[in-house]
Write a protein that binds this ligand. Structure first.
Ligand code: GLY
Length: 471
């Protein structure tokens, strides 16, 4: 068999995991061309060619691809920014190399307002009550303040504030978590409103799950459920982050979910998919156009938001468990005949480590930061050894990390993800933490309660209480 050239557009650990999975497809003899946000030490080692384009600018990536035409068979894009900016459209137009991600038109995460309006038409029961505050409609701050307060009256203050444009989850503010007074809420609102439209929606009480599906444009292939940990600190405290870790159970469900919850999720996503398909979307919804954060309530799942890319870290829970060859899956997504994906019946847990400044850790827990280690290189050798020793039941994926000479340095965002794979969630968790504890230097920190049995029990009890209250 000839070699298969694959472009991977990379942001962090999610794409390191994709690259690792591609490399398991020995039969295809993959050669990987990586366009990366930074000199990721893992990707540099695995790539046939590795180039850093820090802003992941579409034109710069396109130039890289045009120069390699004939060598690249297809591409995969992980991060949202180039998807939203139309990378697939440009590459396919200029080179005819198929790219796995949605086109610009179907990058639903470009606008939270457009998403909410789409869900209102297609799945109104899964949409929380919401109102859009558009600067074009209000002449003064006093005027918009009055409108916001009237809406807060209707919601009894139980509100979530979201900017229209993506802010990696960080522009979102929640009543009771990020603010406790209307004044604080309005300050947060204004800090987003000066940049454009802001949504204020009903705060939904429940337990969160992440739904993802591969899509070839014609068929949706749901992937097992995962649970993300968005808040920075243990006990779900602190600011929202990109996600500090995640878990997956041995089955497709999460421990607090019922089979009917999953059925409802699948039905909801199918309805959205069908409405977009009826606009003749063709294969434009290829990739993971539906990574939906659901919140489970006693009255069924509600949509927190949709992203048009794989979840980070959630896809990292899933890739190590694929039974089918990932490059086969990619070709099927391109050809429009992906109808089934098989998985090992195993659990997985991802834990992220981050540098002291991330999530405000060093301000909140100054006494826990080893000042001498700040800015020092991080040593990954012992963690990598565990990957070999456990035959891949521990996997180590650098994210916001940079190779300088022979040393590796953590940058400013989530630095490194460690996956544990096991027969149970707790076994997977132990392996993930074993890998994390083998990482040295750089004063990195992590949440210690990702997938802990106490945290999972709380979720189960919470859902039971909500279901009882609803009877
Ligand atoms: N885990 C959050 C995200 O991928 O947006």
């Amino acid at each position: 068999m000839e070699k298969t050239g694959i472009l991977v557009v990379s942001y962090g650990a999610r794409e390191a995991a994709i690259i690792d999975t591609i490399q398991q497809s020995l039969e295809y003899r993959p050669e990987i061309y990586v366009v990366d946000k930074q000199k990721n030490p893992f990707n540099v080692r695995k790539a046939k060619e590795h180039v850093v384009i820090p802003d992941l600018n579409v034109n710069k990536i396109l130039k890289f691809v045009i120069r390699r035409k004939g060598k690249i068979d297809f591409g995969i894009v992980g991060p949202e920014k180039p998807i939203i900016n139309g990378l697939r459209d440009s590459i396919e137009r200029e080179t005819e190399i198929p790219i796995i991600c949605p086109t610009k038109k179907y990058a639903l995460e470009a606008s939270k307002v457009a998403q909410r309006e789409l869900f209102e038409k297609t799945v109104p029961n899964a949409n929380p009550r919401f109102k859009v505050f558009d600067p074009a409609n209000y002449k003064t701050t006093i005027e918009v303040k009055k409108a916001v307060y009237l809406w807060l009256d209707e919601l009894s203050n139980q509100a979530v504030v979201k900017p229209d444009v993506p802010a990696a989850g960080k522009g979102v503010g929640v009543w009771g978590d990020h603010f406790n007074t209307r004044r604080q809420l309005f300050d947060h609102f204004l800090s987003n409103y000066i940049h454009g439209k802001v949504i204020i929606e009903e705060k939904i009480e429940g337990e969160e799950s992440s739904f993802q599906a591969f899509c070839d444009g014609k068929n949706l292939t749901p992937l097992p459920e995962t649970r993300d940990y968005k808040r920075a600190f243990d006990g779900d405290q602190g600011p929202n982050t990109g996600g500090m870790g995640s878990y997956k159970d041995t089955d497709t469900l999460l421990p607090f979910m019922l089979a009917e919850d999953r059925d409802k999720e699948i039905e909801i996503v199918h309805r959205i998919f069908n409405s977009l398909r009826s606009q003749n979307s063709g294969d434009q919804l290829r990739g993971v156009p539906f990574y939906v954060a659901f919140i489970h309530t006693a009255k069924g799942p509600k949509i927190l938001e949709n992203n048009s890319r794989p979840g980070d870290p959630e896809i990292i829970n899933i890739l190590p468990l694929l039974k089918d060859d990932f490059i086969d899956i990619c070709f099927k997504m391109i050809e429009g005949n992906l109808t089934r994906v098989r998985f090992d019946r195993k659990a997985s847990v991802v834990t992220y480590q981050a540098p002291p400044t991330y999530g405000g850790y060093s301000k909140t827990f100054p006494e826990d930061v080893d000042q001498e280690q700040i800015g020092k290189p991080t040593k990954l050798e012992n963690a990598y050894k565990l990957v070999q020793e456990t035959s891949g039941n521990i996997r180590v994926y650098p994210a916001s990390m940079e190779l300088r000479g022979s040393e590796v340095y953590a940058l400013t965002s989530r630095a490194i993800a460690v996956v544990g794979v096991g027969e149970t969630i707790q076994e997977a968790r132990e392996l993930s933490l074993k890998g994390i504890n083998a990482i040295e230097g750089g004063s990195l920190w992590h949440r210690t309660d990702i997938a802990s049995s106490e945290h999972i029990k709380r979720s189960i009890n919470h859902m039971q209480e909500l279901r009882l209250d609803n009877r």
